[in-house]
Design a protein around this ligand. Structure first.
Ligand SMILES: *Cc1c(COP(=O)(O)O)cnc(C)c1O
Length: 359
């Protein structure tokens, strides 16, 4: 059986070794005669998997003791709501920097909960085709937090340097680029990510949150929506998505074996360069709608001259086993999502195909 050359934007490719391990262990987890899905979430076998997943998040990202690591359900979208519900009390306001449709969605949820401000937006500049500069940010020094989207999955832009927000907690939706490279977690109040791009299966969200923010969070909302509930119960307040957590463990274990985030960053940069080099070759056959300094290393967005040519590109790519290259329905064009699990070989194959198609 041939595996697809998978450029899906999310859910996205997973490391083959992580899937094969799941296949091998599917009906018998560590000699227990049961699948991980059949185990009690309070039992030893599952607990080991759960704790290892959390430990791997800590180890790979270098999460300091000042921060909790939570494994929650509801994907990144529930975090759009949980962040303001917990961290935006009455009488306070939160700043949002709008760099794409995901940050707009986060902003909308904030607005449903409390007072929010737009500290900057690049909507009118080439339709989110860039990231604002520090001097453009109209930051409220008394804000409850500043929210950013570190990688704009649809627009194909990425924050390469995070904004300076002073003493206000920085909250980042890192759904589509978490663990693409090492970062300094201590600079963030909250990092959250839906797992289905770089970490594992959908439905699961990884939340890394400063303990003082957990403690200061509102307690007059339902328990299930309070960060405190999950922090106090090691993300075992209610039945967790055990298979999702198991897959997260498998994916992170492979990432560690491959050399961790410094190693994956080198490969990710090489992959992105392969594609942007083809796009930048003379004659404008492929066009990037994104400002060069803001180009994403995870989602490479480009257009061709006509819709007919784009349709032909997709159909020829499909014949070569390449899937997932159609751009988001809201922006059109092409998008190659080259997350951690997308191999250098696959990206080389795509770059070769792009040159061949151009000829
Ligand atoms: C995919 C994505 C989301 C949505 O994730 P869900 O798990 O479907 O809620 C949010 N933010 C960003 C940046 C994304 O790429």
């Amino acid at each position: 059986m041939a595996r697809a050359i998978n450029f899906n934007p999310g859910p996205a490719a997973l490391p083959l070794a992580a899937l094969e391990r799941a296949q091998k262990e599917l009906i018998d987890l560590s000699g227990t005669g049961m699948s991980v899905m059949e185990h009690s979430h309070r039992g030893k076998a599952y607990e080991a998997v759960h704790n290892e997943a959390i430990a791997l998040v800590r180890e790979l990202l270098g999460v300091p003791d000042s921060h909790d690591v939570l494994l929650l359900q509801g994907g990144a979208s529930l975090q759009f709501a949980m962040v303001p519900m917990n961290l935006l009390p009455a009488g306070k306001s939160a700043d949002y920097i709008l760099t794409g449709s995901w940050s707009q969605k986060a902003y909308k949820e904030g607005k449903a909960v409390g007072t929010v401000r737009v500290a900057a937006t690049t909507e009118k500049d080439k339709k989110f085709g860039r990231i604002p500069e520090q001097k453009e940010l109209d930051l409220d020094p008394n804000a409850a937090y500043v929210h950013i989207t570190s990688n704009n999955t649809i627009a194909g832009t990425q924050w390469h340097e995070f904004p300076n927000v002073g003493n206000v907690p920085l909250v980042a939706d890192m759904s589509s680029d978490i663990m693409w490279r090492p970062i300094d977690v201590s600079k963030f109040g909250v990092i959250y990510a839906g797992a289905q791009k770089n970490l594992g299966p959908s439905g699961l969200a990884v939340v890394i949150i400063r303990k003082d923010l957990v403690a200061a969070g509102r307690s007059d909302i339902p328990a299930i929506l309070q960060y405190r509930t999950h922090a106090d119960n090691k993300s075992l307040y209610n039945t967790p998505p055990t298979f999702g957590v198991y897959m997260l463990r498998n994916v992170l274990d492979e990432l560690k074996k491959a050399g961790g985030l410094a190693a994956v960053e080198r490969t990710n940069r090489e992959k992105a360069k392969l594609l942007y080099d083809v796009i930048d070759e003379r004659n404008d056959f492929y066009v990037s709608p994104v400002e060069k300094s803001a180009r994403s290393t995870m989602n490479v967005v480009f257009t061709l001259k006509t819709p007919e040519l784009e349709a032909e590109f997709l159909s020829e790519a499909q014949k070569r086993g390449m899937v997932g290259l159609k751009g988001h329905r809201s922006v059109g064009g092409m998008r190659a999502s080259i997350y951690n699990a997308v191999t250098l070989e696959w990206v080389k194959a795509l770059a070769d195909f792009m040159r061949e198609f151009k000829r």
